[in-house]
Design a binder for this molecule. Sequence first.
Ligand code: AHR
Length: 501
Amino acid sequence: MRKAKLILDKDYVISPIDPRIYGSFIEHLGRAVYTGIYEPGHPTADAQGFRQDVLELVRGLKVPVVRYPGGNFVSGFHWEDSVGPKENRPRRLDLAWKTTETNEVGLHEFADWAKKAGSEVMYAVNLGTRGPDAARNVVEYANHPGGTYWSDLRRKNGAADPFDIRLWCLGNEMDGPWQMGSKTAFEYGRVANEAAKVMKWVDDRIEVVACGSSSTTMKTFGEWEYTMLGECYENVDYVSLHRYYGNPHNDTPDFLASTMDLDAFIRTVASICDAVKGRKHAKKQVNLSLDEWNVWYHSNQEDQSIYRRDPWGTALHLLEDHYNFEDALLVGLMLITILKNADRVKIACLAQLVNVIAPIMTREGGGAWAQTIYWPLLQASTLGRGLSLRPLLTSEKDDTSHYTDVPVVDAAATLSEDGSLTIFAVNRDLKEDAALTLDLRAFGPLGQGTHSVLHHDDVKAVNTESAPNNVRPAETPLVMEDGVVRLPAASWNVIRVKAGE
Ligand code: AHR
């Protein structure tokens, strides 16, 4: 039996949790939109063509914010193509994903869909092939009440009330050579500053996210953040971080240790923000938007053959990762890492939401189902609200191929307004259970708790349309003997107790 100990106190608080850390992402890519959220003619489609079965699964996740319309897609996008009568909207080549975009779903439709899903829109502007002018126009179109060219056009197109979009991304992954209109850090910092300035002049209630480097693995990482923030620090509110992990060599212990990298990534970007703050003698703090995170690797090879079969097609089956149980464990660990950095990570978007590297899958004309990774996200989003508590965690440690001193048990804890204490914990050991000693004496007498476990004997187990519940959490009353809770080998655990009863 492996050993770990967790001490919690309601006075040891990392930060209130910004609910937007449970955000997600829908890009015009593959089948995220077409045959994902939107499929007119599907048996569950509503009058606007939105699949109700998908909406139901999305609502289950309680997604506060959905980033849209890209991603790489946005860097060649003309937002004007996506508004007005559908029959007049142009079909365009999307160079990011080598597909044809029909613009059948655009800004109005997506805003309607987000309302139905109970989510806010986080809208990305094109700072690749376009610039501040197009960016300020779309803010005016979306948020200005009326009496101007763009706001009246919105009204004419059927939306009398503004969409009131409060969160805006200033482009996407602008240091990536794969990006249309990619830039140097200085070039991007200048254009981001000017775009943010005029967008906020149109609507001073909005917040904007500047692009950080596309990944820790980029040569530009670090220097990019420092240089570009030097140009735009005063006018931006968040810096983006993107991070995906994979297990292509089937080294599960090493894969499950990837959150050591994520944690270092987050801390490094926060430090760079603070270094620029110091250099500028600024009072304001720039926080972090981890607006793309997930596991992504299963579909890489298949994507190449899809392109060979159907160049410039629409609704291609791109980036359709079929997630297994070990992926759900890593997603759980990533959520734990986000919660432990809740003082700086204020927005996080699981990339993405439907079909494209997503927790929800659909079949055209057929069913919709929850992938394995759906479950930790659902539990964290619905239960992990309120305060993120500082977990004083000691655990046995292991080394893996790329990481040293990896805690066998990792955990985060939250305290909600109704006094519910929730502990999210993963036992990384694939063979041995872990004895987790909980020291909760600061909470006084505790009521009967619950213990939900996500486990499967096969780490490669998946959910499918015909077996959608193969990997799914099971809840039992909490068994705690002398303060010790048993975490099964390879498991995601959600332990809930009512404090002060
Ligand atoms: O989420 C898929 C893609 O990953 C996004 O379009 C891009 O921003 C990132 O490289």
